[in-house]
Design a protein around this ligand. Structure first.
Ligand SMILES: [Zn+2]
Length: 406
């Protein structure tokens, strides 16, 4: 297998999490007795360009079927983050009704709505028909398609966007070259592209191994992305650190030929990344050891609770939870059910562990002693949501960055 960034042969294992089912393929009740297919969940590092990527490439149609049910609008934290971003970009680029903003992987229109509210023209491009139709129903024009060079060349015949957005999509793209070529072909000469992605640095520093799942083909750093951008006449002009997803980067990208001045944050980030180089044997060996330690700590704590007769449930049927539970070998023997706010998930089961997903109001009748919070990145929001249950004595525990009650 070769690096999707530079083409070099991949030989270094960054982190091996064994076998796991596809995280977002929730299981319907009638299919419970069928075997879930497992695939290797192993991240490799390119020795040449440092890009971290999965060893197993599962076709994108299998990972993101039309029934894909992640609706961005269900998280209030995410909506606030999106609104603040839109206001900032409208002011930075002085966007008005004559401009168009194009977002790739626009989901249910959660972000573009804030531009549309300010009378700016918008277009979303989203391959998952279910969420795309929700966007169209809200009045957000959306093309149901994958993004790449060919669709970009077609769109470039019309008005070129001053702003293009790719939030939490770069990691999901199997052909990163075709994808970046698309941005390069479509963006206006003085336009800006912003990408947000979970920063590899935080995965390493905080042992966020559960952010590794098959839907994430790549684990990104500026160091690995710069040469790909350069190949298509693009450069990074600014970097912001965000708290989302346990620590993300928002990078601002413009054409090489543009007048934008490079901010010192770009070099600062590269310097910081060099201290956590994923090709360094000390770095990846230690990550594997600490990951295994978390598995041992979580299993012993949950088993101890069971021995004491306590009941355990989980919160949040998120993809990262599927990685955690499967890697740790936790099933419905330890966890009774997982509550989730998204009604589309209710009545289904987590792949692999086969833990049932239920409405949060189930907590009203069957209050567990322990609640394992799977989306640890939303810990604060979740605790405030659960405040009435916490007063009744439920204890919340999380596994990342370490096993702890919080
Ligand atoms: Zn490479």
């Amino acid at each position: 297998m070769n690096c999707r960034g530079c083409g070099a042969e991949l030989t270094l294992t960054f982190l091996d999490l064994g076998m796991s089912p596809i995280a977002n393929n929730l299981v319907e009740a009638k299919k419970l007795n069928h075997q879930n297919k497992n695939y290797p969940l192993r991240a490799m590092t390119c020795e040449k360009c440092s890009l971290v990527q999965l060893s197993e490439v599962i076709p994108k149609e299998m990972l993101f079927p039309a029934s894909y049910t992640y609706f961005s609008s269900y998280s209030s934290t995410w909506l606030e983050h999106s609104k603040a971003y839109a206001e900032k970009m409208i002011s930075l680029l002085q966007l008005n009704q004559n401009d168009i903003v194009i977002e790739i992987a626009s989901n249910d229109g959660y972000l573009l709505q804030y531009f549309a509210n300010s009378k700016i023209q918008v277009l979303g491009i989203e391959p998952a028909a279910g969420v795309a139709k929700a966007a169209i129903a809200k009045g957000i024009p959306t093309l149901i398609n994958y993004f790449g060079e060919s669709i970009a060349v077609e769109l470039a015949k019309g008005k070129k966007p001053k702003l293009m957005i790719g939030n939490n999509v770069l990691a999901h793209v199997p052909d990163i070259h075709d994808f970046i070529k698309g941005f390069s072909a479509l963006i206006a000469d003085e336009g800006v592209i912003t990408f947000e992605f979970p920063h590899l640095l935080n995965l390493i520093k905080n042992t966020q191994f559960d952010t590794i799942y098959h839907e994430h083909y790549s684990y990104l750093s500026i160091t690995a992305l710069l040469p790909i951008f350069a190949q298509y006449g693009l450069r990074v002009i600014n970097v912001e650190k965000l708290l989302t997803h346990g620590g993300s980067l928002r990078i601002f990208v413009a054409k090489k030929i543009s007048n934008w001045i490079k901010h010192e944050s770009v070099q600062d980030t590269i310097n910081e990344e060099s201290q956590y180089d994923p090709r360094d044997i000390k770095i990846y060996k230690s990550l594997q050891v600490v990951t295994e330690g978390i598995k041992n700590d979580l299993l012993s704590e949950l088993i101890q609770c069971k021995k004491e007769g306590k009941s355990i449930s989980a919160y949040g049927a998120a993809a990262k939870g599927v990685t955690l539970l499967n890697y740790c070998g936790i099933g419905s023997d330890l966890i009774d059910y997982v509550v989730d706010l998204n009604p589309n998930k209710h009545g289904k089961f987590l792949p692999g562990s086969q833990i049932p997903i239920v409405d949060i109001n189930v907590l009203d009748t069957t209050l567990p002693d322990i609640l394992l919070v799977l989306p640890w990145n939303l810990s604060i929001e979740i605790k405030s949501q659960l405040s009435s249950y916490l007063k009744s004595g439920v204890k919340t525990i999380r596994a990342i960055p370490k096993v702890e009650y919080f």
